[in-house]
Design a protein around this ligand. Structure first.
Ligand code: 5GP
Ligand code: ZN
Length: 113
């Protein structure tokens, strides 16, 4: 998508602090971290958000969660972490390209508020 920030990060035309990349997804550190470890994992192919997942396009979500598990081991997040995907206006989604936040290395409140 021409005007999508995360598509531009995925194709490399906007730089990011990359943590992991494969043919289908990219993990990079959030520009405005909300925890000592805060990175995002995105599909390279544009999907608006979790609200438009279907049987046809949802395989990437399982793949992303396996990548998160691998990265969590590499980053020594054995105390735990939180995976969040914000959806739409009330959900606080500011970038309309599916992404999973991974937050760690501090105690995270529940409910999130
Ligand atoms: P959302 O609010 O849509 O759930 O999350 C979007 C996230 O993208 C925010 O946490 C925000 O800090 C991050 N973000 C926005 N623009 C950039 C950018 O240009 N680079 C990086 N690395 N993160 C960004
Ligand atoms: Zn996009």
């Amino acid at each position: 998508m021409a005007d999508c920030l995360f598509c531009k990060i995925a194709e490399g035309s906007i730089p990011s602090n990359k943590l992991y990349e494969d043919e289908r997804c990219l993990a990079f550190y959030d520009i405005d971290p909300q925890a000592p470890v805060h990175f995002l994992v995105i599909p390279k192919a544009h999907i608006d958000g979790a609200d438009v997942l279907t049987e046809e396009n949802a395989d990437i979500v399982a793949h992303i969660f396996t990548v998160i598990a691998k990265l969590a081991k590499e980053l020594s997040l054995e105390k735990g972490y939180r995976v969040v995907t914000n959806v739409g206006e009330d959900g606080g989604q500011s970038v309309r390209h599916l992404h999973f936040h991974v937050l760690a290395k501090r105690s995270l409140a529940w409910p999130p508020g």
